[in-house]
Design a binder for this molecule. Structure first.
Ligand SMILES: Nc1ncnc2c1ncn2[C@@H]1O[C@H](COP(=O)(O)OP(=O)(O)OP(=O)(O)O)[C@@H](O)[C@H]1O
Ligand SMILES: [Mg+2]
Length: 338
């Protein structure tokens, strides 16, 4: 088990309730996208999983441990196994990119090695390799305050790839990227999860990105999980209900209403598809790939943009072709969204 929330409730100090009786769990290596309108509680949920927020109600286990029952030293060790991609990475502005990436492993390093790395980067090749996956290798020695918001976001992703955590939590990790870069960056997170066996939980604004890459989709609204389904069981009707408070407009990359067509061609939910939470809900993305994953381009429905090839230097994501994000078949025959 990677994490388990049992009837978790959380009220922020200002009295704002952010989570209500949330029960959710995932096995190691699962990949979940959390979607829902603004204020639904996505960030709060991720912060609970990251052990940054202590829930006032229920029980929250991360990597099989109850963080709030651990000693300070054990909690530090647990946190070193959890990686977080923030929407706006909290990187000190004067820091160089290489140091910011290497900081991903600070929690797992001895004090001496960590201090040494601040003075002189101890693993420049490792940092460069992580940045190359995000097409950022040429910015290795730049200062972070010389980067754009989107470049900084990619440095934040490179940092967590370098950290190689067992539980990877990403809060709107590509919100500052254009659609092609966002697609490729999510592909890198997915590839990392596949090759390392890491559990990946990402909150995503763009519903099309979530349905395209993630085998399991969790819909949240006003602090509750309203559905928890394999991606191919998510219907347009379920999505419209989820985003009802936003005029049932389904947010997509580039605000393109056609972007959901490959995934959601119909309207009504199938009989019995009530949106009830699935037990476990585990499903491998491979199961959604008819004919095996071999050629990404041939399988891109609706002309969806793929710039992954440009972001994969030297097979950085693994030698098994079926594990390259660019190779994930986006099946035209996939049941998708009904
Ligand atoms: N630090 C905080 N202090 C007080 N209230 C907060 C805090 N963070 C979030 N909230 C409130 O908790 C609720 C859930 O917020 P949260 O940030 O988790 O939502 P979200 O789904 O991530 O939204 P968004 O899509 O806008 O990022 C909201 O009502 C929000 O106002
Ligand atoms: Mg948020």
């Amino acid at each position: 088990m990677s994490f388990a929330l049992e009837s978790v409730g959380l009220v922020h100090p200002n009295g704002q309730r952010a989570l209500r009786a949330v029960s959710l769990s995932a096995a190691s290596g699962e990949r979940l996208a959390v979607i829902g309108p603004s204020g639904a509680g996505k960030t709060t949920l991720l912060r609970v999983l990251a052990t940054a927020l202590r829930p006032g109600e229920g029980r929250a286990l991360s990597l099989s441990a109850n963080p709030w029952q651990l000693s300070a030293a054990a909690l530090r060790k647990l946190r070193a196994r959890i990686g977080v991609v923030h929407q706006a990475p909290p990187i000190p502005p004067r820091l160089r990119v290489v140091t910011a990436v290497l900081a991903g492993r600070l929690g797992g390093w001895s004090t001496g090695r960590a201090l040494a790395s601040l003075l002189y980067p101890v693993d420049i090749a490792g940092a460069r390799e992580a940045l190359a996956r995000l097409d950022m290798a040429d910015r290795l020695f730049d200062r972070c305050d010389r980067l754009s918001g989107g470049q900084l976001q990619r440095v934040g992703i490179a940092r967590v790839l370098y950290q190689a955590p067992e539980l990877l939590l990403a809060d709107e990790p590509v919100s500052a990227l254009d659609p092609a870069l966002a697609d490729a960056a999510v592909g890198q997170l997915i590839a990392h999860s596949q090759t390392q066996g890491a559990t990946l939980v990402a909150s995503l604004h763009a519903v099309d990105l979530a349905l395209k890459w993630f085998p399991r989709i969790v819909g949240m609204r006003v602090g509750e999980v309203v559905f928890d389904k394999p991606a191919e069981h998510v219907t347009r009707a379920m999505l419209q209900e989820l985003y009802a408070t936003e005029g049932a407009v389904l947010p997509t990359q580039g605000n393109d209403p056609m972007a959901l067509e490959p995934w959601c061609s119909g309207g009504a939910a199938a009989p019995g598809d009530s949106g009830a939470t699935l037990p476990g809900g585990a499903i491998r993305s491979d199961a959604l790939q008819p004919g095996g994953a071999t050629d990404g381009d041939a399988s891109q429905p609706g002309g969806s943009t793929r710039s992954n090839a440009a972001l994969q230097p030297g097979g950085a994501t693994g030698s098994d072709a079926s594990q390259r994000p660019g190779a994930r078949v986006l099946p035209l025959t996939r049941p998708g969204c009904r």
